[in-house]
Design a protein around this ligand. Sequence first.
Ligand code: SF4
Ligand code: SF4
Length: 372
Amino acid sequence: MEREIREYALDIGFDDVGFTTADPFPQLTQALEERKSGYSWVSEGLLQLAYVADPHYVLPSAKSIVVLIYDYFKQAYPPELLNSIGKAYQSRLYPGKKRLFGSRLRLIKDYLQEKKMEVGVRPAMPERQAAIRAGVGTFGCNTFFYSPGRGSYVGIVALAVSGELEPQMQEASSRCPDDCRCCIEACPTGALYEPYKMDPLRCIAFNTYGPGNFPGAPDDIPLDIREKMGSWIYGCDLCQDACSRNKKRLQQKLVPDAFLKEMAPKLAPTVLLNMDDRYYHETIQPVLYGYMWEKKFMQRNAAIALGNSKDEMVVSLLGKAMEDPQEMVRAYSAWALGRIGRAKCFKVLEKALGREDRAPVKKEIRLALDSL
Ligand code: SF4
Ligand code: SF4
């Protein structure tokens, strides 16, 4: 049975397969308990602490976990999207009906069900921990999962199943060189504060989609993080791109991804900042689905990236965004104008202050004016 599942999964495009028991992951519960303040949306909101550490919450009859690894770095990413949108988010690893990855998930689920197994799927599955226990890879100090020969640019799917499958008992420890600290040094916010420990509240990736969005997460992106977000608008790859375990993958010569090449100009922050609802729903959301549930978050992040560009040419775009119906877009556009800090930003901000009636936006405008 294990061999048949493996062959089918490889046939439909997964790159590696592993099996482990459906036993809970007490070390995950413990880690989340110890760092509860940083994971409030897990312990109180979205997923609930107990859910993420015990596969039986996904499937009460679970006996095994099937782990599927998908290598998403098989084609070259457009250079203009690097340092803007994380490779995982560009890769559309979403369960949507009209997407390839979603179709693969449905195929493997159907296949397992045909084998008379009940199947429980994510979101509430401890995917990285399951993959480690299934012996298909190791953790890096940057907390990412590494697949042998593929590095960390891989997606993991962990399916709880009711069938009894032979577990692979070859859990491996990290293969990070003892003296390597490249990922910690590459992290601009200090989110990676020691090997294998990351504070999500300081992580750029989390800040692009968590604040104001996830129940239990902070409402706003802290001021010092906004500056350090640089040009990132969705995700962050810096601690993976700096990693020696990914070096070979990053140096490989790949054929450009034709779809992303066409999409790249449509994903520029100058375009996203003032996009209308139709553009978001028809062009952006189907591609960058995931945690970005509302247009305003993408606009907010575009405003931050444009502010960090310090490019005087984008002041008029930010001026237009100061008239956006969303308070969040106006507030972060005010911050961006202050960050650019040119004389013409002052005029735009003064004018906006005159017509603004929302206190949080007024506060951001005043802060921006004070900084000029
Ligand atoms: S994803 Fe970016 S911000 Fe987050 S830990 Fe890695 S380098 Fe730091
Ligand atoms: S940069 Fe070095 S320490 Fe960090 S994950 Fe890669 S090999 Fe490990």
